[in-house]
Design a protein around this ligand. Structure first.
Ligand code: PHE
Length: 351
């Protein structure tokens, strides 16, 4: 009898010590398997007399039942521990905020340029882009701004350590005006046959947005900034057309009719006469303040000649606007440097 109590104790101890279901099944085999200890005891019954066999058989079966119960209990305990472990490993905190990829968006200046392009495109203007590293002739000389002329200091820029075919330093264009020259010369070349035959040349109507550079840096000037050039050349284009185009642009860009516009006499080497274009809103936070939105003027005959065109037959105007300033006015930004620092906390406000 005592040997059976010990046997059950030994089985319990081994089951409890089994760390995994596989180890537990090995332990089971040692007691209940084909040659396990309980099975061996049952085999031993054969040698006993009838009465003794009955009594001992009952005792062994009791012990066997106790061992099976211990086995079952340990199986359940291991399964519960395994489930617990899995739940812990795969735990989801459903109260955590979701992780998103973060949607990108266009920079406020890019959005402004797209807006400018759409408005001018609807007025029949082509959109052109050109190089930011320019020759001396394109940035200055062709625009009636000869070497050593004091007007060049209005547009002091950065130079590249490389010379052009004429032996002059290449520059980072200080304005988009060289695009007037590039575009008009291409246009003239494209229509060389009509021009040679004395037929009227199709009008040039183009805007050219892009990056520009100057030696300037404060709250309203950045060494890299943007301009958008405009050029309209034809046989019969006047200052009145300039005024219509620019006032229509302002109306649509700012989505208001409530502004005054004035042309303030100015100087640019490449236009004559020249004017700064100012607007003043009649209401809103900027009401009553004159805000400069563009430089402009009638294209100088010397420049028309540099376009490769007859300055007697072709006349028109040019303007240059600052998309950065336009973005600042429209979006209420008071420091230009914010536009170019790349701080996402600022940029995300314009999504
Ligand atoms: N290029 C001039 C500037 O940068 C602007 C301008 C463009 C003026 C076209 C007149 C005509 O200041």
């Amino acid at each position: 009898m005592n040997d059976l109590v010990d046997l059950v104790e030994a089985a319990r101890a081994e089951f409890t010590a089994a760390p995994t279901p596989a180890a537990l099944e090995d332990a089971k085999a040692r007691f209940l398997g084909k040659s396990g200890r309980v099975t061996e005891l049952l085999k031993g019954l054969a040698a006993l007399a009838h009465e003794a066999k009955k009594a001992r058989g009952a005792e062994i079966n009791q012990a066997k039942a106790a061992i099976e119960a211990a086995l079952q209990a340990r199986r359940e305990a291991l399964a519960a521990a395994e489930l617990e472990r899995q739940l812990r490993a795969e735990a989801l905190d459903v109260t955590l905020p979701g992780r998103s990829r973060g949607t990108g968006s266009l920079h406020p200046v890019s959005r402004t340029i797209e807006r400018i392009e759409a408005i001018f495109a609807s007025m029949g203007f082509d959109v052109a882009e050109g190089p930011e590293i320019e020759t001396d002739w394109m940035s200055f000389t062709a625009l009636n701004n000869p070497e050593n002329h004091p007007a060049r200091s209005m547009q002091d820029t950065f130079y590249v350590d490389l010379k052009d075919a004429e032996g002059r330093w290449l520059n980072l264009r200080p304005h988009t005006s060289p695009m007037q020259v590039r575009y008009a010369r291409q246009h003239a070349a494209r229509h060389a046959q009509e021009i040679a035959a004395g037929r009227p040349m199709p009008e040039i109507r183009v805007i050219a947005p892009g990056r520009t550079y100057r030696v300037d840096s404060d709250a309203t000037h950045s060494p890299m900034f943007h301009q958008c050039e405009g050029l309209w050349i034809g046989q019969n284009v006047s200052f009145k057309d300039l005024k219509v185009v620019l006032s229509d642009f302002v109306r649509r860009f700012f989505e208001t009719d409530d502004f005054d516009m004035r042309f303030r006499p100015s100087f640019f080497p490449f236009t004559e006469p020249s004017a700064e274009v100012d607007i003043a809103f009649r209401d809103g936070p900027l009401a009553g303040r004159w805000l400069e939105v563009a430089g402009s003027g009638q294209v100088h005959p010397n420049v028309v000649r540099n376009f490769g065109l007859d300055a007697e037959a072709n006349i028109g105007f040019a303007f240059g606007m600052g998309p950065d300033r336009l973005a600042m006015l429209r979006d209420g930004i008071d420091d230009m440097r914010l536009l170019f620092e790349g701080d996402l906390r600022f940029l995300a406000q314009f999504r």
